[in-house]
Design a protein around this ligand. Structure first.
Ligand SMILES: [Zn+2]
Length: 183
């Protein structure tokens, strides 16, 4: 199974686009490949090199032309993905409409769901899981996605609230919704 997965990710063109992840990189939702920004830049260069190889062909027939056009399109597609990812932390990112934080008893973790008014920002995360402990929650503060940084503050708030209940020997709440006016 792992073997098959490996082949799938090697051949995957990441056609679904790449998304920002919790560990400050990018992930392809189709094959699960993780890339940092340099990795994405390398991915763009690979397409550029493949295209340049086609340019280097001396005898140009119809087939070569088609390949060349396809490879050029692939270069554009990858560059577009790269530009969008570069803009994730800097561009004007829409704020979430609502953030739902729920406690997962089995995993002793928080699941944080970020709801956006359409359209969802490019590369914006909709779901973040984090261990129910202050250290991993604080780590989210340096996440490249500004809305994940925002959500980390809400998880921290909910975690503190739950700790208060635990100290008072009362059952802590399992979920909390934060609406736009609290974000
Ligand atoms: Zn992929």
């Amino acid at each position: 199974m792992d073997h098959l997965m490996g082949i799938a990710s090697e051949n995957c063109l990441h056609l679904g686009g790449l998304r920002a992840t919790v560990s400050s990189g990018f992930v392809c939702p189709s094959c699960g490949t993780r890339l940092d920004l340099e990795g994405v830049e390398r991915w763009v260069r690979e397409a550029e090199e493949a295209r340049d190889e086609s340019y280097a062909v001396v005898e140009v027939d119809e087939f070569t032309k088609i390949v060349l056009e396809e490879r050029q399109r692939e270069v554009y597609r990858r560059r577009k993905a790269l530009y969008e990812l570069r803009n994730v932390p800097r561009g004007l990112v829409p704020r979430p409409e609502m953030i739902l934080v729920s406690y997962d008893v089995e995993g002793d973790a928080y699941e944080c769901r970020i709801f956006y008014k359409e359209p969802r920002p490019v590369g914006g995360l909709e779901r973040v899981n984090v261990g129910a402990d202050l250290d991993p929650i604080l780590e989210l503060r340096s996440h490249p996605d500004p809305n994940v940084r925002l959500a980390s503050g809400k998880v921290e708030e909910f975690h503190a609230l739950r700790q208060g209940f635990v100290r008072g020997n009362e059952p802590p709440p399992l979920r909390r919704v934060f609406y736009a006016n609290e974000l």
